[in-house]
Design a protein around this ligand. Structure first.
Ligand SMILES: *Cc1c(COP(=O)(O)O)cnc(C)c1O
Length: 390
């Protein structure tokens, strides 16, 4: 038995995506910057992929820029918008304390360059409110950057409401939509989103490719310098196979979004209810309602997350604890601490993220396998034995 339940960390490349990419490695390898037929073929593929990505979020093709991934998009958007508009607007940025490190560490780096950053606290479900954003906006606020959905606990933020506040106040709004893109409906115009980050490998596309949406007319400083590719916003010869893959993955995700969301939500709820009813001293992290369809995040008291992952792996179940980026460190995830969990409980976290191929049999196997593992780990915990005896 081998079950992959770590789709929030990365996904495999769907066969349809891979076969769309293949000719661009070997046959259509032209540089889109040239004038001959090889270049024209590559350029056509680039334009086609741009249109496919744009369609998912209600953007225009010329508002999509390809990058080398979600982290790079976050960097280019946040640094680019802050730097181009600081003189006119000011050097104050608003974000939350549950962002991905690509956003958090970028904000911290900007603080060293003289920017001031407000880190809004989330509630117990992992949510910020538009009112919090409104209260934090100052005359010198240049940018609000708040993630669409959290990668660890799956909570979806009130992006439409936050966008409305930013528009009303004349502040630019960027959202890291890496987990949400292709998974939940997004309309950048209706939601008043000025800039948005996308990554290929979270939606059955290849790794090392991403995109950013930047609203037409928005001023952005050049962060990387070089050639004029991607209209001066991301220099370097375009990764055409990767871009074609992202375009195909985006199209596929868009076409199947509704059906996938329904199927994943049902399976996920079955998993959540099964875990909470079978395992005592367990809790669900994040919002029940405003939640990514494929995310189930738990904490088990008196359990060490790392041990849990190793034992699940021995049984063929690939899962995560905290975030992939922080595993290996002993600090519990900043997201779990931000929703108010004490260190000892945050340490016992387990994130199971489903994929479009996950079956009910897979979940049944998890529901069979997980409770005895948790029980075994708890038997080794002196605290649990004290608690049980009470
Ligand atoms: C994975 C992820 C990123 C980083 O994307 P990469 O393509 O791996 O650089 C950024 N933000 C969120 C929310 C993510 O889940």
């Amino acid at each position: 038995m081998k079950i992959y339940l770590d789709h929030a960390a990365t996904t495999y490349v769907k066969p349809q995506v891979l076969s769309a990419m293949m000719p661009y490695f070997t046959e259509h390898y032209g540089n889109p910057g040239g004038v001959h037929s090889y270049s024209r073929t590559a350029k056509a593929a680039l334009d086609d992929a741009r249109a496919k990505v744009a369609a998912v979020i209600g953007a225009q093709s010329d508002e999509i820029y390809f990058t080398a991934g979600g982290s790079e998009s976050d960097n280019l958007c946040i640094r680019g918008i802050a730097k181009a508009n600081a003189e006119r607007k000011g050097k104050h940025i608003i974000t939350t304390n549950i962002e991905h490190h690509a956003v958090l560490h970028t904000c911290e780096a900007l603080e060293k360059e003289g920017y001031e950053v407000t880190y809004l606290s989330v509630d117990g479900m992992g949510k910020v409110t538009a009112e919090q954003v409104r209260d934090a906006i100052r005359p010198d606020t240049v940018l609000v950057t708040i993630m669409f959905a959290n990668n660890e606990i799956g909570t979806i933020e009130p992006i439409r409401e936050i966008g409305a506040v930013c528009k009303e106040k004349g502040v630019f709004f960027h959202t890291d939509a890496v987990q949400a893109f292709g998974s939940v409906p997004i309309d950048v115009k209706e939601m008043n989103i000025d800039a948005l980050s996308i990554s290929g490998h979270k939606l059955y596309g290849p790794k090392g490719i991403g995109a950013m949406y930047v609203r037409r007319g928005l001023r952005m400083a050049q962060v990387l310098t070089g050639g004029a590719q991607e209209r001066n916003r991301r220099p370097g010869t375009e990764n055409i196979p990767g871009i074609v893959g992202l375009g195909e993955a985006a199209k596929l995700a868009h076409e199947t979004m509704e059906q996938n969301a329904k199927q994943l939500t049902e399976l996920r709820n079955y998993l959540i209810d099964g875990v909470l009813s079978r395992i005592p001293f367990s809790r669900l992290n994040g919002s029940r309602e405003d939640r990514l369809p494929n995310n189930a995040s738990f904490c088990f008291e008196f359990v060490e997350g790392e041990g849990l992952l190793l034992m699940l792996d021995l049984k063929g179940i690939a899962a995560a604890s905290g975030s992939a980026c922080t595993s290996g460190s002993l600090d519990p995830s900043h997201v779990l601490l931000a929703i108010g969990l004490p260190h000892e409980i945050a340490h016992g976290s387990l994130r199971l993220t489903l994929g479009t191929d996950t079956t009910r049999e897979d979940i049944d196997y998890v529901l069979e396998t997980l409770p005895p593992i948790v029980e075994r780990l708890r038997m080794m915990s002196p605290l649990y034995n004290v608690r049980k005896d009470v």
